[in-house]
Design a protein around this ligand. Structure first.
Ligand code: IPM
Ligand code: MG
Length: 401
């Protein structure tokens, strides 16, 4: 019995030792990769288009059309190059037994930025093997540490930007917990100095640059004292470097409640938080704006960035032959974030105006997900027609009154 325990402890120690080794190596890689890419001075920017699963290829190809339309001149000059990357389907990932097959990863690494359709994440009990989520693997492999999720509902005074840490916390070694025996399972959560620094700085930089000048740090440092404690202490230290930015800190439980408090919620502007809390809070937040299907998400690293819709792959729509009726708007919003990120801010602004005109004000076409509404292709054409309007800015301004 005793000996059995000793063996179990030894095995668990070995496992833990490997995890620590991997994390120490990751810290070295983070330190070596300290500078952001300067897109303005690049002669060529490669945009990877990853269809993903289910409705993904349908909506992603519409977003690509809109991007190609807005970037036409630079595509012709060869400054912008689109690269289609297949192979991130659940069928192929299952066949290779990998979250991201090796050849697909190599193709991703040959891009600068990526627009990604939804990818099915296998879960217990479904027909797929237990492979890791492609999202989580891509964030880790490309070191996309900042998950930026804006949520805006002007009529409710909501203008939030979430900076969710995207590579650490419970996700860093999420697939490497230990079943010590049938009775004892242990998972790990990780915070590093470098990892906390870079996400918190990104949030403060944004708060300063945007003039929002307020950062709310969300943790559960009263209970998860070591890792969340490190995150919060790091935030307090960094806040001193940004005297113009006000910082406050909240625990995740009360923060979840305050988002529904109409009197308090408009005081929040920029929020920075560890991975899992960010995962949960951003779904709640997106609900005020019309659901997770309406939100786009930017996954930003120093070398690479990936932009995605945060809804699922809706395989049933494709099984029922309705893929062409899927709504491309949230991936097109993600494409807008991509434009902004690579230095095409004017084009991003035009796209946002066109999306708002078509979707909120003018509504000449609606998407129902069936043949009772427009197809994604018709909607993308409607957007491009709107983008071509000489009076786009005036029309948008008139709706704002
Ligand atoms: C998200 C998703 C992913 C996450 C899933 C699909 C693994 O919920 O992007 O928020 O938990 O990060
Ligand atoms: Mg989520």
């Amino acid at each position: 019995m005793e000996l059995n325990h000793l063996e179990m402890i030894e095995a668990a120690k070995n496992h833990f030792g490997k995890i620590i080794e991997e994390q120490l190596a990751r810290i070295e890689r983070m330190k070596a990769n300290a500078e952001f890419v300067d897109y303005e001075n690049k002669d060529k920017i490669v945009i990877g288009i990853v269809g993903g699963d289910g409705i993904g290829p349908f909506i992603t190809s519409e977003a690509e059309k809109v991007l190609a339309f807005l970037l036409k001149e630079d595509v012709e000059k060869g400054r912008i190059v689109f690269k289609n990357i297949d192979g991130l389907t659940i069928e192929n990932r299952a066949a290779c037994g990998k979250a991201i097959p090796d050849d697909v990863l190599a193709e991703l690494k040959a891009c600068d930025v990526i627009l990604k359709g939804p990818t099915t994440t296998p879960r217990e009990g479904d027909k797929w093997p237990n492979i890791e989520s492609a999202n989580v693997a891509m964030r880790r492999e490309l070191d996309l540490f900042a998950n930026v999720r804006p949520v805006s509902v002007p009529e409710k005074g909501i203008d939030w930007t979430f900076y969710r840490e995207n590579t650490e916390g419970g996700y860093a070694v999420g697939s490497k917990g230990i079943h010590v025996n049938d009775d004892l399972a242990i998972d790990f959560t990780v915070a590093t100095q470098e990892g906390s620094d870079r996400i918190i700085r990104a949030a403060f930089d944004y708060a300063k640059k945007s003039g929002k000048n307020k950062v709310t740090v969300v943790t559960k440092a009263n209970v998860i004292k070591t890792t969340d404690g490190k995150f919060l202490d790091t935030a307090k230290a960094i806040a001193k470097e940004y005297p113009e930015v006000e910082m406050d800190d909240w625990y995740i439980d009360i923060m979840t409640a305050k988002l529904v408090d109409e009197k308090r919620r408009s005081q929040f502007k920029v929020m920075v938080l560890p991975n899992l809390y960010g995962d949960i809070l951003t779904d709640e937040a997106a609900e005020f704006q019309g659901g997770v299907g309406t939100a786009g998400s930017a996954n930003i690293g120093k070398r690479y960035a990936m932009f995605e819709a945060i809804h699922g792959s809706a395989p049933r729509m494709v099984d029922e032959g309705r893929g062409q009726y899927a709504d491309p708007c949230s991936i097109i919003r993600a494409a807008g974030m991509l434009l902004e990120h690579i230095g095409y801010g004017d084009e991003a602004k035009k796209l946002q105006m066109a999306l708002d005109i078509c979707g909120t004000y003018e509504k000449k076409l609606t998407i129902t997900g069936r043949d009772t509404g427009a197809t994604g292709a018709q909607y993308a054409q409607y957007l491009m027609d709107t983008l071509s309007r000489e009076d786009l800015a005036e029309a948008y301004a008139s709706y704002q009154k």
